[in-house]
Design a binder for this molecule. Structure first.
Ligand SMILES: [Zn+2]
Length: 321
């Protein structure tokens, strides 16, 4: 098993210089087994998604979000296979946002290049890695190892008990549906808005790897492994830690769930009850999504999301209906 990880880490190291980022070049390789029992692997660097690179450039932000997408998240969004139980090799210790995405995508093993811990980049961001990223992995039940590429040794950073089951007190609702059309879409949105009252939610109509159709409903919630049932804990989870938070926004949750299960979105049937955050919108572009339907275009967690929507809309990068 360690030889697999070493090979995939080498592949990540081989592509890392292709990252267009001028200073922080990072690469990741996602690998696992398809539903048919075949090996798959996919490598990505951090990068600007093509439409952003071409139409916005590298100097401008999208709302308050950088226009880049991290290597780990790019791999997850681009994967064509169900990621439940998959592994990922990363050249550097990962940020809390990627930790949340890895957790929600059902990835169970993370391998980091030991050299990544010596870089300036880690020294500046190490605190978030220790305090948040690792905590998220522990709660979600993800093993984390460091690989020494010279000695070929594996160091355990975090190992999870085999019988550990993370709490999931607001799982994504997956409702089987017969056919895909506007009427069904509207009906599901109506049901979802009744369930969620005034809370923010997202809906997607998807096809499973076995060819079955599902309607998915997600609301914002703390990342898998964290319960929000106790009010004082929920309040703590809702408090941002600098630029990060333990909450996973509904659009992000749905896109990660698609990767977890290997579902394919019906492109015209993706809905969010309000404007997604700037980061969610950049991830959508990075995932190749072209269109989203918004319930209330005046409402957003913060004004930056609205700004991002206006930018991406006016440049024809994302279509908002
Ligand atoms: Zn990241």
């Amino acid at each position: 098993m360690i030889s697999d990880a070493l090979t995939h880490m080498q592949n990540a190291l081989d592509i890392v210089e292709r990252s267009p980022h001028p200073t922080n070049k990072i690469a990741a390789t996602l690998f696992g087994m398809t539903n048919e029992g075949e090996d798959f692997a996919l490598g990505c660097t951090n990068h600007w998604p093509d439409p952003i690179y071409e139409k916005v450039g590298t100097q401008q932000k999208i709302g308050n979000s950088s226009g880049t997408i991290h290597a780990e998240t790019a791999c997850i969004l681009k994967s064509q296979h169900a990621l439940e139980g998959a592994s990922i090799c990363i050249t550097d210790p990962f940020c809390p946002n990627c930790a949340k995405n890895i957790a929600e995508a059902g990835i169970k093993n993370i391998y980091l290049d030991e050299d990544g811990f010596d870089k300036d980049f880690f020294k500046r961001r190490g605190n978030h890695f220790e305090k948040m990223s690792m905590q998220i992995c522990e709660r979600a039940g993800i093993n984390v190892y460091a690989l020494n590429m010279l000695t070929k040794n594996r160091r355990v950073i975090l190992e999870i008990a085999p019988d550990y089951k993370p709490v999931e007190d607001s799982p994504i609702i997956a409702e089987p549906i017969e056919s895909i059309n506007e009427g069904i879409f509207n009906q599901i949105i109506e049901t979802a808005s009744e369930i969620n009252q005034r809370r923010k939610f997202a809906v997607a109509l998807v096809k499973s790897p076995r060819g079955n159709n599902f309607a998915l409903i997600a609301r914002a919630h703390a990342v898998v492994g964290y319960s929000m049932h106790k009010p004082e804990e929920a309040l703590d989870l809702l408090t941002p830690r600098g630029k990060y938070s333990f909450i996973q926004e509904p659009v992000n949750r749905l896109t990660m769930y698609l990767s977890r299960k290997g579902h394919t979105l019906y492109p015209d049937y993706f809905y969010c009850s309000q404007v997604p955050t700037a980061r969610e919108q950049v991830n959508l572009v990075g995932g190749g999504f072209k269109r989203i339907t918004i319930g209330n275009t005046q409402k957003c967690r913060d004004p930056e999301g609205i700004k991002a929507m206006e930018q991406l809309k006016s440049l024809g990068i994302l279509d908002y209906s």
